[in-house]
Design a protein around this ligand. Structure first.
Ligand SMILES: [Zn+2]
Length: 177
């Protein structure tokens, strides 16, 4: 059973993924409405069965400054679907500076890719071109509304029942799923 409740702002912007308890409190206090119930039924300690929410929408618009999308190792790995961008391997992953760092390559969304250790060693101090390696696409900064951390957003997009609420906010990421 998948846990967590997706919370949308009043304007349907994804705001948060919270625990079931927190979601129930929002409902109980009348601060949110249910857009979608979970397919799962939760059984309490007393044996009662509950249908529980999966997606909530806040009744009032919550104003929050748009956070900056921070680049992190985890986020780059998530963007690249935990897959080596050179050979497609999914194990022994690290990050590769496409234009090597010691030659002035920057630590940016555009210059980092998920890479397996084998390809990383093969590439060594070279650019992909010099090493005879190819990137299938140029890495970019993900475009989405970053209230939810990027790795969580990516894994939330994989839940079929949440997808329709999220995909409009992850522009350019559609081809990852
Ligand atoms: Zn590789």
């Amino acid at each position: 059973m998948e846990t967590g409740v997706l919370v949308l702002n009043n304007n349907y912007e994804p705001l948060n993924i919270c625990g079931l308890h927190r979601g129930m409190v929002l409902l109980y206090l009348g601060k949110a409405e249910v857009l979608r119930f979970s397919d799962d039924i939760v059984v309490s300690a007393g044996g009662d069965e509950f249908i529980v929410p999966s997606v909530l929408r806040l009744r009032n618009f919550v104003k929050r400054p748009t956070p900056q999308l921070k680049m992190s190792r985890k986020s780059v790995l998530a963007r690249d679907d935990y897959t080596c961008q050179y050979c497609g391997s999914k194990s022994n992953l690290t990050l590769d500076h496409i234009f090597p760092r010691h030659r002035g390559g920057e630590t940016t969304w555009e210059n980092l890719v998920c890479c397996c250790l084998r390809c990383n060693n093969k590439k060594g101090p070279c650019t992909p071109q010099e090493a005879g390696m190819r990137l299938p696409r140029a890495p970019r900064k993900p475009r989405y509304v970053p209230y939810i951390s990027f790795p969580r957003f990516i894994s939330a997009m994989r839940r079929p029942e949440w997808r329709e609420y999220l995909e409009g906010f992850g522009k350019g990421l559609e081809d990852r799923f």
